[in-house]
Design a protein around this ligand. Structure first.
Ligand code: MLT
Ligand code: ZN
Length: 457
């Protein structure tokens, strides 16, 4: 019996697809360098159906790729070896919002932006946010412990998970933590599944914590001519103002965003670096921010700046940062997502410059969540270089860059995850003992190794 016939025994025909477009589409995520090679896509509609799927796969040793919105950038959700893709997209209900507990329960396939809008209509806020909000699914954000643009104020996805329902690789359904704020009863299994990249279990439901809506957010975009000034500006603002975001990008990023034509920078003074600062302007914060801005100008840490004067300008200033991924995609970027302690960011960037620009002569578009030490280093492909030659050279850059990150005590993946892309470099960030424990944990929850094989470990 082939895979399709097997799955048609437990699912209806509209929940099973071997259509070549589906195999291609669901077999890949936003990481472009891997060829999709899936055998089937299945679309469960409930936790019980996910359990049936895992039981069947366990019995027949069929490998599974858990699949969300496929917006990942580390090939964590790619099917390259005839696996069966389990798409959670039909499990997209936003269920109960509990105003007293300040939680909302959702199925794993619910889209992040739909959840954000749903809770905002009721006066609440889910603060984990990033540019892929309109496509990514909440289960995927749990599996990758998604970060994004508000981490300096609100933390990572991990901080916002009150409860989880998970089907393990053993086929057990675990309902973990039940939304409790306090629960001192031993190991907190939530945190094993958060960030496990679908290698331990398939998240089917999530209970999210909510908070109050921020009020009167303002964006300030500043231009600076020296790298070291970025951290001076950061500490000056952070010490006086409660920041909700502190992002940075370079003139190279701006060049591609402006060329894409959707938005232009209102800053007339050209500079090599820009920072975007977001804060709530109530309770005297606006005056404080303006006085820090003055200090930055007086000290020549910034050479120009603009504060959002309207909702549209607020959106445009954010678009100058959030459109970078799409705008640079024309240059087939080789993407890296690294972190170091924020005090080490200037040292990292100076070293990176040495490695990438001087040795390889590549254009680099770096940007990111500099307020939490996370940088997206995008090496852009020169038009004359073939993709294969470019990839080969980028792999050499990786070796040097990751050694440098290791020496600085940083991480080879800050928020995009390990997937297939960073797997060979895990040991630059995690010790042999840690990796050995991770493998043992995997073997407990997925003894047959059927869940997202070949990813992460
Ligand atoms: C971002 O911060 O915009 C995302 O992580 C996407 C990217 O790195 O391209
Ligand atoms: Zn990011």
């Amino acid at each position: 019996m082939n895979h399709e016939e097997l799955f048609l025994k437990i699912l209806s025909s509209n929940q099973v697809s071997s259509n070549s477009d589906d195999l291609e589409n669901y077999g890949k995520d936003w990481t472009k360098h891997f060829k999709a090679n899936a055998s089937l896509v299945v679309f469960p509609k409930s936790t019980e159906e996910v359990k049936k799927i895992v039981d069947l796969c366990k019995e027949h040793s069929i490998e599974i790729i858990p699949s969300g919105g496929r917006t990942g950038l580390s090939a964590g959700a790619t099917a390259t070896n005839k696996e069966v893709i389990v798409s959670l997209e039909k499990m997209n209900k936003i269920k109960t919002l509990n105003p007293v507990d300040q939680t909302v329960r959702c199925e794993a396939g619910a889209i992040l932006e739909d959840i954000q809008k749903h809770v905002e209509e009721k006066g609440y806020y889910y603060p984990v946010d990033f540019a892929a909000r309109g496509s990514c699914q909440i289960g995927g954000t749990v599996a990758t412990n998604a970060g994004g643009i508000k981490v300096i104020r609100y933390g990572l996805t991990r901080n916002w998970i009150a409860g989880l329902t998970v089907v393990t690789g053993n086929g057990e359904v675990l309902k973990i933590n039940n939304g409790l704020v306090k629960n001192a009863t031993g190991y907190d299994l939530r945190h094993l599944f958060i960030g496990s990249e679908g290698t331990l279990g398939i998240v089917t439901e999530v209970e999210l914590k909510l908070t109050n809506l921020p009020s009167d957010l303002q964006v300030l975009t500043l231009a600076t001519d020296q790298l070291d000034n970025i951290m001076k500006v950061y500490t000056a603002f952070r010490d006086k103002v409660t920041l909700t975001a502190f992002e940075s990008y370079t003139d190279v990023c701006l060049k591609y965003v402006e060329a894409a034509g959707r938005v232009q920078s209102p800053i007339s003074e050209k500079a090599p670096y820009y920072v975007l600062i977001e804060f709530e302007s109530t309770h005297g914060q606006l005056d404080l921010a303006m006085s820090v801005f003055e200090t930055c100008l007086e000290n020549e840490w910034v050479i120009d700046g603009v504060i959002s004067q309207s909702d549209q300008q607020f959106k445009d200033l954010w678009a100058l940062r959030e459109d970078i991924t799409e705008a640079t995609s024309v240059k087939q970027p080789y993407k890296n997502d690294i972190s170091v302690n924020i005090s080490k960011v200037p040292e990292f960037l100076n070293n990176l410059d040495e490695i990438v620009k001087k040795k390889y002569d590549f254009e680099v578009a770096w940007f990111g969540h500099i307020g939490d030490g996370n940088l997206h280093v995008n090496i852009l492909k020169p038009d004359e270089l073939s993709s294969d030659d470019f990839m080969k050279k980028c792999k050499q850059v990786d070796q040097e860059m990751f050694q440098m990150i290791k020496d600085l005590g940083g991480s080879v993946s800050a928020e995009h995850g390990v997937g297939l892309v960073k797997k060979d470099f895990l040991s630059y960030t995690r010790s042999p003992d840690e990796i050995a424990y991770m493998k043992q944990v995997k073997s407990i929850f997925d003894p047959k190794g059927i869940l997202n094989p070949g990813k992460l470990l």
